[in-house]
Design a protein around this ligand. Structure first.
Ligand code: CA
Length: 617
């Protein structure tokens, strides 16, 4: 992607000296700038300053005008509804606040949009996502590890501390991700999390518009987006609207009492997303789910407040435009007030038709998961408007099934049964499935460090009709149990730090099984990247027998036969049973070994082995 995105968007924080008699900056305006030519002509500015409500506001511009000024319950806020005229020109326009003879001027900037070719591409089942935790991937700039004004310094000895990884480290290794065969990059949040401890994960935002300086600058984030695009990697931004840090300014000093969900005493969410799609759910359970807090320092935002929702919607538009994003991964999608979130998603979809919102719905069952994918026919009329959701039911089934012997519903039949529920989804290909992620035990630990099972599971995940996502380190068999602490499932990627004796980017120092795993995944991903049948094909499967699962992917122009033998015996398949899948073809070439198998009456598959056969006439 080449574009001429030139943005000089300075953050709008101006002195209110004459009012407050102090040098402290006292007026803040968000969003910090905006664009002309968006599919919406309205913009609501939030203005924060000492007794700003008593000021008279005017905007000197023939490109846009103030339609309405809203006062909040808190006199330190104003909300300004602007209308941007068609064909508005870029420029800086004076926004003036007057109290008697005192006056402050904010030059509000409208920008030209970037060349939009190749932007806002969205995700689909041809993609494979690499997920990484930025603090733990690569420290490209040791100079930014500790920053003045930031409350936590780097300390690699602390599993829950900051380790120094950053945007520059990610940028330096985009080539590694592209070579591995990934097509999209999801980074856990890099937005400012300025807390004294346990701030590296990024899910406790303290500034919705600022990249955490220990990760880099907004400009570096934007450069990362451009270079990722240049290397054929789409960029997914991780956003969190359910909650934010209690010190974020609109939370610490809220404009309205109901900006944040309040309880008489601290009340945690029940973490039961199922209640939102349960026709029998008690109202108190739904309220606790939506309005309970995630944690003591994570204020639960109230998405029923229309000013808050506009603040969040505009924040996501701002980042989509600023970075040229392809997708947003929305954290904890089942937690917030769902009406406000549906409005958000519908707005984004209208402005960016190809753009993808990927909702994290961490639920056990297919039926509950399906409720959150965009659809017209939910029992209660709810439509989330988000096209892609996470497939936790299939994630669970993979490692559980691999660890079991075959039973009526156990072993590989566990995966078979979950896929058989796909009729519940509006669009099963638009589900993201994963061996593991940043919140669960590492995949290699989940499959009990069995390399055969590791390979079988990945062969499955990369050939079923889904969008696969791989968590950094899974390619080199990193281990770690969630219950010992999140720090242990988010360890530093070897080779990302100066002085590392093992380098997973070059392979130096990796053990033989790690190199084997990395090469295996690389082969699968690069094949998947160029094979339209695995990306788009229809799916047909056969009830697993002898813990051996046979399924096909097929289009008008090609077919794949996948055989996963998870048993500890060589299996001889009687091919007649599978004829409806392979009929019309005479042989199949295994994409892993290159070996050609003749499709006659019998096919033998060694114990604990996947075969992925491209069928030939
Ligand atoms: Ca660093």
């Amino acid at each position: 992607m080449k574009n001429s995105l030139i943005i000089l968007c300075t953050f709008l924080l101006f002195s209110w000296n004459s009012f407050a008699g102090t040098d402290e900056p006292r007026v803040k305006v968000e969003p910090p700038c905006w664009w002309t030519g968006l599919g919406t002509d309205t913009l609501q500015l939030i203005v924060y300053g000492d007794d700003i409500a008593s000021a008279e506001v005017s905007l000197k511009s023939d490109q846009m005008t103030i339609m309405e000024v809203h006062k909040a319950e808190n006199p330190d806020y104003l909300f300004l509804d602007l209308k941007i005229f068609p064909g508005a020109k870029a420029g800086k326009y004076p926004l003036i606040f007057k109290k008697g003879r005192e006056r402050i001027q904010v030059d509000y900037e409208l920008l030209i949009r970037a060349n939009q070719t190749d932007l806002y591409q969205g995700l689909n089942s041809s993609d494979a996502i690499y997920l990484l935790m930025p603090d733990r991937f690569a420290n490209g700039s040791p100079a930014n590890d500790n920053q003045e004004g930031m409350l936590e310094n780097a300390n690699r000895e602390n599993p829950n501390g900051r380790h120094g990884g950053d945007i520059e480290g990610i940028r330096q290794h985009l080539g590694y991700m592209a070579d591995m065969g990934f097509t999209a990059l999801w980074i856990n949040p890099v937005i400012e999390n300025n807390r004294p401890a346990y701030s590296y994960h990024g899910y406790g935002i303290t500034d919705f518009y600022q990249t955490d300086s220990r990760y880099g600058t907004n400009e570096e984030y934007r450069q990362l987006a451009q270079e990722a695009h240049d290397k054929g990697l789409k960029l997914i931004m991780d956003m969190v609207f359910n909650h934010c840090d209690t010190t974020q300014y609109t939370v610490a000093d809220p404009p309205f009492a109901d900006w944040v969900n309040q309880w008489e005493t601290f009340t945690r969410s029940n973490f039961r997303g199922e209640v939102k799609a349960d026709p029998y759910a008690a109202n108190s359970d739904i309220t606790r789910m939506s309005r309970g807090w995630f944690d003591t320092f994570m204020a639960d935002l109230n998405q029923d407040n229309p000013f808050l929702m506009t603040y969040l919607i505009q924040n996501s538009i701002w980042w989509i435009e600023y970075l040229g994003l392809d997708a947003i991964r929305m954290d904890t999608y089942a937690y917030p007030e769902k009406g406000g979130m549906a409005k958000w998603a519908a707005t984004i979809k209208r402005l960016y038709p190809n753009f993808t919102i990927l909702g994290e719905v961490w639920l056990q069952k297919t039926a509950h998961t399906a409720y959150w994918q965009a659809r017209e026919d939910n029992f209660d009329g709810y439509n989330s408007h988000i096209p892609v959701v996470t497939d936790f039911p299939l994630h669970y089934a993979v490692y559980q099934g691999l660890n079991e012997n075959e039973g009526w519903t156990e072993g590989l039949r566990r995966m078979y049964y979950v896929l058989s529920e796909d009729f519940l989804y509006d669009d099963p290909m638009n589900l993201v499935v994963f061996p593991d992620n940043h919140d669960v035990s590492r995949y290699y630990t989940l499959v009990k460090e069995n390399l055969d099972h590791y390979k079988l599971g990945l062969a499955f995940l990369l050939t079923v009709p889904r969008i696969p996502q791989i968590y950094y380190g899974t390619e080199i068999l990193m281990t770690g149990e969630e219950h010992t602490g999140h720090g242990y499932i988010r360890q530093d990627f070897p080779g990302g730090w100066e002085g590392d004796t093992i380098n997973a980017f070059t392979g130096e120092g990796l053990a033989a099984d790690q190199l084997e795993a990395q090469a295996y995944l690389k082969k699968l991903l690069n094949w998947r990247r160029t094979n339209p049948v695995v990306q788009q094909g229809q799916f047909r499967h056969f009830i697993p027998e002898n813990n051996t699962y046979v399924y096909f992917r097929y289009t008008d122009t090609g077919s794949l036969m996948v055989i996963l033998n998870a048993s500890d015996k060589l299996q001889t398949l009687q091919m007649e049973r599978f004829r409806e899948g392979w009929g019309g073809y005479s042989e199949g070439k295994d994409i892993l070994t290159g070996k050609t198998h003749t499709l006659t009456t019998e096919l033998t598959v060694p114990a604990k082995t996947p075969l992925i056969l491209e069928l030939k006439k």
